[in-house]
Design a binder for this molecule. Structure first.
Ligand code: F6P
Length: 328
């Protein structure tokens, strides 16, 4: 087979490890591999480059994606996928591995439905909002980066008796916020999946102060319905009985970069090889993933409809562990 590989959408730590695994597994099975630069844009730009074992040396530990990534407007035009499928067929490709999130999976499915023989999706997104898997590549690293930052913020919060509103990534989902909040001992976690109750958050601050707390960390997902961290801070400031010395920190893109954790390297390596195995066994439109620690294949059509639900129990745990009882 001649297998193409591209990374698409927002980058995520571990994408390089996944490309490496796809390339090395393909070479192992004596397939040819073609890297496509810049996501789906690279198809239209004919940015193809043959990859061999050595092309992916020394990238396992690097953040970002050496193939570069992008969001492709042309692909979203009505004839975009058919044109892309024709270019890939013309290049002699038999299969394409797409490493990315939900939007990238939709693109892969559209390619297949436009006559391209075989596509496999590998979940790469820090948001952990990709169907067909419990965990997507990059999530663990992003969570660890944010936790490390909040540990530092907590030092200064404690020294100066301040409240910090820390905004983490998650345009549509609170997976990062929930995991980060629990791992950093946040007083509250604010996510888009649950309506934000400013009165409740104010109660957490007021009761915490009454119980002797002098510092607090609120973790806010950027996509929360009440607005970002700054807006929520303003609303709580207006409602609390305690004049707060508070600060807002937006962690932003530092969560997208950096060397992947061992967890992400292992996941990427496993799923990259699984993608080639899926093609070997004749699959034509699947997503590879990890479910209950096992490699799982899901029809791409099903995976694009799925959004792993946020475990709201995590928010309850954060509340119990912060020690401030509210009515939630
Ligand atoms: O990678 C996912 C994500 O980090 C979202 O949480 C965030 O809102 C978005 O990407 C922003 O990415 P960009 O600015 O590249 O569109």
């Amino acid at each position: 087979m001649k297998i193409g590989v591209l990374t698409s959408g927002g980058d995520a730590p571990g994408m390089n490890a996944a490309v490496r695994a796809v390339v090395r597994a393909s070479v192992w099975h004596r397939h040819e591999v073609i890297g496509i630069r810049g996501g789906y844009n690279g198809i239209f730009a004919r940015a193809f480059e043959p990859l061999d074992r050595r092309s992916v040396s020394n990238i396992l530990q690097q953040g970002g994606t050496f193939l570069e990534t992008g969001r492709c407007a042309r692909f979203l035009e009505p004839d975009g996928p058919a044109e892309a499928a024709a270019i890939l067929r013309d290049k002699g490709l038999d299969a394409l591995v797409v490493i990315g999130g939900n939007g990238s999976y939709k693109g892969a499915l559209a390619l297949h439905q436009s006559g391209f023989p075989a596509v496999v999706g590998v979940p790469g997104s820090i948001d952990n909002d990709v169907g067909g898997t419990d965990l997507s590549i990059g999530f663990d690293t992003a969570v660890n980066t944010a936790v490390d930052a909040i540990d530092r913020i907590r030092d200064t919060a404690f020294s100066l008796e301040r409240v910090f509103f820390v905004e983490v990534m998650g345009r549509d989902t609170g997976h990062i916020a929930a995991a980060v909040g629990l791992a950093s001992g946040a007083e509250a976690v604010i996510v888009p999946e649950e309506p934000t109750d400013i009165d409740l958050l104010t109660t957490i601050i007021d009761r915490g102060f009454e119980a002797g707390k002098r510092a607090a960390i609120f973790v806010v997902a950027e996509g929360d319905d009440a607005g970002g961290a700054a807006r929520i801070r303003d609303r709580i400031d207006a409602a609390t009985q305690h004049p707060l010395d508070d600060r807002v920190v937006i962690l932003g893109y530092i969560q997208r970069g950096g060397s992947p954790t061992a967890r992400d390297r292992i996941l990427a390596s496993r799923l990259g090889v699984a993608a080639v195995d899926a093609l070997q066994s004749g699959q034509t439109a699947v997503a590879v993933g990890e479910r209950c620690s096992e490699v799982a294949l899901t029809p791409l059509e099903t995976a694009v409809q799925e959004q792993p639900p946020l475990d709201l129990q995590i928010l309850r745990l954060a509340e119990i562990l912060s020690g401030v009882r509210t009515s939630r």
